[in-house]
Structures are given as C-alpha cells and as structure tokens.
Design a protein around this ligand. Sequence first.
Ligand SMILES: Cc1ncc(COP(=O)(O)O)c(C=O)c1O
Length: 517
Amino acid sequence: MLAEELLVTLHSDKTGRAHPYHVQIYRQVRQAILEGRLSSGDRLPATRDLAAKLGLARNTVARAYADLLAEGYLAGRVGSGTYVASELGAGSPQGSALGAPVEGDGLAGSPRGLTDWGSRVLREVPDGSRGPALPYDFRLSTPDWDAFPRVLWLQLLGRAVRREAEELGRYGEPAGYFPLRQAIARHLALSRGVVATAEQVVIVGGSQQALDLLTRLWIRPGATVVVEEPGYPEARRAFTAVGAKLLPIPVDADGLDVESLERQTAASAARLVYVTPSHQFPTGVTLSLARRLALLEWAGRRDVLIVEDDYDSEFRYTGRPVESLQGLDRFGRVVYLGTFSTVLFPPLRVGYVVLPPDLVGPFVKAKWLADRQTPTLEQLALTDFLTEGHFGRHLRRMRRVAAERRAALLAAVADHLDSQTEQLTASTGMHVMLPLPSVLGTSPFDLEAAIALRAAARGVGVYPAGPCCVGPPAAPALLLGFAALPTARIQEGIGRLAQAVREVRAEGLPRRGGRTA
Ligand SMILES: Cc1ncc(COP(=O)(O)O)c(C=O)c1O
C-alpha cells in the first residue's frame, strides 16, 4: 500500500459515543501497520495534507502521529517526514495470532452483505498473516523445526505414496484414517488416561477446526460459554464468532475457580465450558484434582459440554502427568482435544478430537461438509510415525531439549530481568508467562504493547498477555515460548528484551486509560 493513499475513515456520532478524531486516526494507522498494509519505511502523508483531506485541523492529525511516534510505531519528526518504524509491520508480535483486534473501526470499508458471523470474524479476528521471521522469536506453542526428523518424514511420505494406491486414489473417511484413529486411541489411553474407542477419535485439521465445528454444532447465538480468565484467545474467538456470550471465570493457582463458577447464576444457562486443565493457557497452572471432580459433577447435572484442550501436556518436566478430565468423566460430558502442532509442526494441520459417542455422527457430518477430510497422505505417514515408535522417540528427545531451553530461559530472566522466577517454574508446557512491574497511570495493555514493539525493533518476538483476558487484565505480563529457540538465542534474546523494557520505562508512555490495543 502506498502510505500516501492511506485511507482513513472518520466516524462522527451526535450521541458523543464515537472516539475523538485523533484517536480514530491513531487506531486506523496502527491497525494498518499491525496488519502489514503499511510496512517499515513507508512514508505517511504530511499532517497538513491528511488534515486537508479529512477536513480537520492540522493539530488533530499531528496529535495522532505524536502518539504513534511515542509508542514506536512511527519514526521521524512530526512536520518533516514521518515513516513507519523499521522492523515493524506484519511480523511484529501484535500482528500474530495472539494480537488484540483494534476496536471499533474494523468494519470501516468492509464488504457489504456479510453474515453476522462474517461481520464478527472481520471485527474480532486479527489478521493472521506472518511477516518476516524475527531472529529471537519466543513464539508460542511451537517446537523446533530443526529438531524434526525430516529425512525420516520424507521416507514415510514416499513409502505411503508408493504403497497406498488404494487409499490415495479416492476420498478418505471424513472421520480419519482408521489405523491412525486406533493408534491415537492407544496412545491417549496409555499416556493421558483417556477412555475411548477408536470410533470416538476423529481426525481434524488441528484443534482449531475441532473448536470451530463443535461451536457450530452446539452453540446458538446468545448462548453462554464459560471460558478461563485469562484464557486462550483463539478459542474465545470461535465462540464469539457464532454470537456466544462469554462468561469469564477467574483462574488461580489451582486452575479454573470452580466454586466461582458454581456461584454464578449466569452459569446455569451455560452450553459449553472451555478449559486447559493440564497446562492452563496462558498462566501455566494445573487444574487440581478436587476442582476437576467438582467441575465434572457440576457439568453432570446440566446439558453442558466441557471442552478439554490438552494442547501441550506432552511437555511435562517434573512429577507425574495429571490424568485427563476425559478419563475421570462418568457423565459423557467431556470433549477432549489434542494436536500434533505442538509436538511435530503446526502447519502439518493434524489434530484429533475424542467425542462422547452421541456426538460422533453429527461431528463427522460437519467435518465432511467443512472440508471432506484431513489430507490422507499426512495421515498415512503419521500412522507409521506413531506405530513404528518414532513418535515416542521424538517426544523423549523434544522433552529433553525443551527442558534445557526452559532452564536457560529461567536463568536468563533471573539474570537480566530481575523477575521472580519461582513464579515461572511451571512444570509443564512450552511457554512461560512473565509478569511485568506495573507503571502507574499506564494500562497493562499499553505497557505490554509498547514493550513488545520495542523488543520487535531489536529482533525479539514476545507476546502480550493482555489479549488473553476478556476484561481488563489485572497486571501486565508477556508470554514467552522457549521450545523453538536454541539456548544461545534465548540468552541473547532475553538480554535484548531487558534493554527494551529499560528503554520503555526510561522514556515513559503517553498516559491513556483503558484498553487501546
Ligand atoms: C491453548 C492452545 N490450544 C491449541 C493449540 C493448537 O492449535 P492447532 O492444533 O489448531 O494448531 C494451541 C497452540 O498454539 C494452544 O495454545
């Protein structure tokens, strides 16, 4: 996009509910940067020109630019040429899947005639496009591609192509390749205490597809969905896209506060509860056994589904893995989600869902309608990967590597960031949530965003925790994945992050209340 042609659409509103013009300009320019429509080095229109085009006083535009300059989105001097700052754009952390959508202006210039679902998606889902990779990207829930046995994988794919003329010459089962479903059922029974037949296991295009299909089958517009607060934004967006009302329930050291859920009158109308019991996203806590039992008991008395997202429980470093909720469920209420994204590689797009028997039929029909089936070739290779013992070997190796990297991260944080690392020592998973000291008068959102941007300019990818909250976050924090980065990069990356934190603190932030991300 030519920055000179930047389209800014202003909304005026006689009731006084529209944001002031400088805020609207600020937000639209910022959104264009975060979505990669404006990239590093693009020159913005002169304040005089943009003001004339919009019929505003020049000061109004200058004020918006000044805010963007102060937050590091723009570089240059107001009045003598303003550019998008270097190393920003779609690759910045806010451009990622966790990034918060920009409120309010999302529908400006949107195509007419979208459904309610389409409009909500447009408004609430951040642009998922990826920019250039950052050298020190603490990306979340992603294993190290360099550690993946690529040659072996190629051999398994090649073998399947040569061997499976029958399977590859026609559509496969929408529920998935049966031997893969059998292998997953066996693996889950042994490692996670999941109690299910292979017929209850359905192969999906990653856990996100399972969330999407379940939501479409089970949630009517206006229905109540219970989510963890803070929680996984991608799940929340699948629910709100179909018009669900979210009921956020706080998470403490023992996971979802089930007593608080029981006390809420709104919870009695809930259709679905979404939880990450093994390794709560993003805090990293584990749901206690007492609460697991209480949650199942509560759900057993209602027509409600519990969706258990077990996305990275393979990475456990100390103690015994906690059994899945699904394995404890006597009422047939739990839907278990698992993924190969976190152990193999995310663009593989293979996950699985374990359904109560009565949901298998509708779910498989929905899968057929959505995309027919998950690609057969990958399912064939994956079946051999599991049944020939490669998966177990790979997992043991990845666990060892991730444990070393986690230790390196904790040591680097203790050295450079002065943080209380005992708060970070979650015994499971591939990321930590790093609390940041608050800055008086600055919202956690603004502080996290400013630090993430400053870090991105130093080549470091870190992820604000604020977008994980439905309400205003209590305190600022960053999410740092450690599994994909070699130890030396972790050390260097944390050093650079510490510099970014110091700079933001020294320079201060413009005072602004509330949620602006
Ligand atoms: C909470 C949670 N669930 C699921 C996933 C994996 O999603 P998918 O299987 O769609 O790649 C992730 C990965 O980021 C996650 O953090």
